[in-house]
Design a binder for this molecule. Structure first.
Ligand code: SF4
Length: 241
């Protein structure tokens, strides 16, 4: 019989396919989120979170969330302020001509479409929900211009009720951690709803949005400054700093 030496074994092991990284357990994920929150303590909050914390008004959260899509936080903040200075109830906003809403919310992204949808949404709020912002994702998505991302953010930030708002950062980061393995935000939301303990739902978005804007940025993340680098498999990351 041929004797296999330690040297042979070492040579052979060089050809071994590395084991895929194990997805973080829920306990590990909770520890990662805790570390990230400690690191970000005092950092600027995402605009909708800031509005929710200062105004405590689900209607303002709804309107600012609609305005915030594809828009920088500074522009969202200024547009929300201008709009609410001019009109602050569903009746008042719904009564404004679309061109006036456009003028007030410019330069938010897609301001013409958002102005049209805002007027329509005010009509549905008044006719179907008595002027009150509904508290469930299923009802919120009935409003024109409100998709699942917006609806979940209104539920979590406006009402502090469990929901999972998956934006680009939540989708990207939970995938690069290997916690989920999904192709789009809807799949990510459903995977997180099935797997993530409910105690983590409400604050997941605000944590990962801040983290994704400041450290785990989409192009070349700051891994050298990251509080969870030792636990991160960096799936799909090709360049980092
Ligand atoms: S180690 Fe890098 S890729 Fe992983 S979470 Fe931190 S910043 Fe993102």
């Amino acid at each position: 019989m041929v004797k296999v030496t330690a040297v042979d074994r070492r040579r052979y092991s060089r050809f071994a396919v590395p084991a895929p990284p194990t997805p973080p357990s829920n306990r590990r994920l909770a520890a990662m989120l805790r570390r990230i929150r400690r690191r970000l303590d005092g950092a600027r909050l995402p605009i909708v979170t800031l509005i929710a914390e200062t105004e405590r008004d689900p209607f303002k959260v709804l309107v600012s969330t609609i305005l915030s899509a594809r828009t920088k936080d500074e522009a969202t903040a200024a547009a929300t302020r201008r709009l609410f200075d001019a009109a602050s109830t569903p009746e008042e906003i719904g009564a404004l001509p679309a061109t006036e809403i456009e003028r007030l919310i410019f330069p938010v992204g897609f301001y013409r479409t958002k102005a049209k949808n805002l007027r329509l949404a005010m009509g549905v709020l008044l006719d179907r929900f008595g002027g009150e912002v509904p508290r469930t994702v299923e009802e919120l998505v009935e409003l024109p211009g409100v998709g699942r991302k917006t609806a979940n953010l209104v539920v979590t930030e406006g009402f502090r009720r469990p929901g999972i708002c998956v934006d680009t950062h939540v989708h990207r980061i939970t995938n690069l951690w290997g916690y989920v393995d999904t192709r789009n935000p809807l799949e990510t939301e459903m995977a997180l709803r099935a797997k993530l303990p409910r105690t983590q739902w409400i604050d997941l978005n605000r944590t990962l949005v801040s983290f994704g804007q400041k450290l785990c940025v989409p192009v070349s993340p700051w891994c050298s400054r990251c509080p969870v680098e030792e636990w991160c498999p960096k799936l799909g990351i090709e360049r980092s700093r």
